[in-house]
Design a binder for this molecule. Structure first.
Ligand code: FAD
Length: 425
């Protein structure tokens, strides 16, 4: 992992102003490094803003035993929770085959050892960032609820939570009455919930905008409408900087590629293979509900994530979810967006009469082994690739940014990176 021949960078160019790019920038700025952040869009559009805002540490990766078979079954049904649009593509077939190979117990145990360590560290970093930068983002360390409608599913839901105990996570089981006492928004026929106690939730866009502002205050140059199309090669370590779509160049001592699922095509311009698929999800933002729940949750039978988001006096609820693997940029599937409200109204009062403030779709960057990427490119030693966090990026972004900064300074990273190398594909 170390790069003995590269001196600590004085100027780092970061591609992507999502949670990974901005967290890396924040740590570098605190070390006095000059940072240029490039994004083709304004901060506020990315997956890092549109996600469910559940900072759910102790989340299993996508590669779990049985998931690939379930995905195969769901493949032709565009209203299934995980929809893979069948198409003839060598890249997709290779990704799916690798994904299938990694859906086993041994791999899961190895992943969890790393992800849990990252998870426990990331919330402390969130709290530092929020405190040091006074970010108003409705952060609350109050866990999340796995809310179960069908009484027959309660034991399975509890068994899932119990399986996380060996990794250090705790939970408690709530009856339907206990749940309604806490939060009257739940309907009478909800059976109960498992309360995962160690996690948190936040308004992701408010957090990200706060972090972007903090980076600028600390001296970063944040350029939006700056689309990176490739790299400027050369110099002692492989790269001089990046090339923009308008033909101009931005030079630096090191480049951090944190462009979410689009890192795949940007890396390809260097001949570097970073195979990821974009798993698209949607959100609907609601207001005008008489009651809001106090905690974020996932609805067990419909897989819809529901998060209260109250910032600056607004009282809003976000419904988010569905996983759809298709070519990037395809038109929205309205039937999948509709699954969110339909999946939530069975559990919660007020969803059907609430006002829709906005709708959104974005991509989770997914690797075929379920693990994020954080490491230097094998042939360009001053290119650091960071991303591929799939459904865990908002949660694990801050700790990834810390380790990215440590790597750039050739220090021992704060968690084990041996499974995360950019050269593993
Ligand atoms: C519906 C949904 C719900 C989710 N819920 C959660 C959750 O509750 N908890 C959780 O932890 N995670 C959640 N996630 C996952 C999380 O949002 C992602 O893992 C995370 O945001 C990825 O961050 P990133 O910085 O890698 O990428 P992104 O947020 O995608 O940022 C990449 C940035 O790169 C920019 N970019 C791309 N190409 C270029 C280019 N050529 N030039 C310049 N800039 C470029 C993009 O504009 C973008 O701003 C959810 C995702 C979705 C879709």
């Amino acid at each position: 992992m170390g790069r003995t021949s590269l001196p600590s960078p004085k100027h780092v160019v970061i591609v992507g102003a999502g949670i990974i790019g901005l967290s890396t920038a924040w740590f570098l700025l605190k070390r006095g490094v000059r940072v240029t952040i490039l994004d083709r869009e304004p901060v506020g559009e990315s997956a890092s803003c549109g996600n469910a805002g559940l900072l759910s540490i102790g989340h299993y990766p996508l590669t779990r035993p049985g998931v690939s078979w379930r995905g195969l079954k769901w493949m032709f049904n565009s209203t299934s929770p995980l929809f893979i649009k069948p198409r003839l593509s060598g890249e997709l077939v290779s990704w799916l085959w690798n994904f299938h190979r990694h859906c086993n117990r041994r791999h899961l145990d190895r992943c969890m050892a790393v992800l849990c360590d990252m998870g426990f560290k990331t919330l402390a970093i969130y709290e530092d960032m929020i405190r040091e930068e006074s970010i108003d983002c409705d952060y609350a360390r109050d866990g999340w609820l796995d809310v179960v409608m069908n009484p027959a599913n309660m034991d399975a839901a509890e068994a899932e939570a119990a399986s996380l105990r060996p990794y250090g996570y705790s939970y408690r089981r709530l009856t339907g009455d206990e749940l309604r006492q806490r939060d009257p928004i739940f309907r009478d026929d909800v059976a109960g919930a498992i309360h995962y106690l160690d996690s948190a939730h936040a308004h992701p866009a408010a957090f990200l905008k706060g972090l972007a502002d903090a980076c600028v205050r600390r001296g970063a140059e944040l350029r939006t409408a700056a689309t990176v199309s490739g790299f400027e090669t050369g110099g002692a370590h492989g790269l001089r900087g990046v090339r923009l779509a308008d033909g101009s160049a931005v030079e630096g001592d090191a480049v951090v590629l944190a462009a979410g699922v689009w890192s795949t095509e940007i890396a390809a311009s260097l001949g570097l293979r970073i195979p990821m698929v974009g798993a698209r999800g949607y959100h609907v933002q609601l207001s005008g509900l008489e009651r809001l729940p106090s905690t974020g949750m996932v609805l067990h039978e419909t897989f819809v994530a529901v998060t209260p988001m109250s910032v600056g006096g607004a009282r809003e609820l976000r419904l988010a979810g569905t996983l759809e693997i298709d070519r990037l940029g395809r038109p929205w599937r309205r039937e999948r967006l509709a699954m969110l409200a339909k999946g939530a109204e069975r559990y919660l009062h007020g969803v059907t009469t609430a006002k829709t403030l906005g709708e959104w779709a974005g991509y989770r960057p997914c690797t075929s082994d379920g693990m994020p990427i954080l490491g230097f490119a094998p042939r360009h030693r001053n290119l650091l690739v960071a991303g591929g966090h799939a459904m865990m990026g908002m949660t694990l972004g801050p700790v990834t940014g810390k380790a990215a900064c440590e790597l750039l300074f050739d220090e021992k990273p704060c968690f084990d990176l041996s499974m995360l190398g950019a050269d593993r594909f």
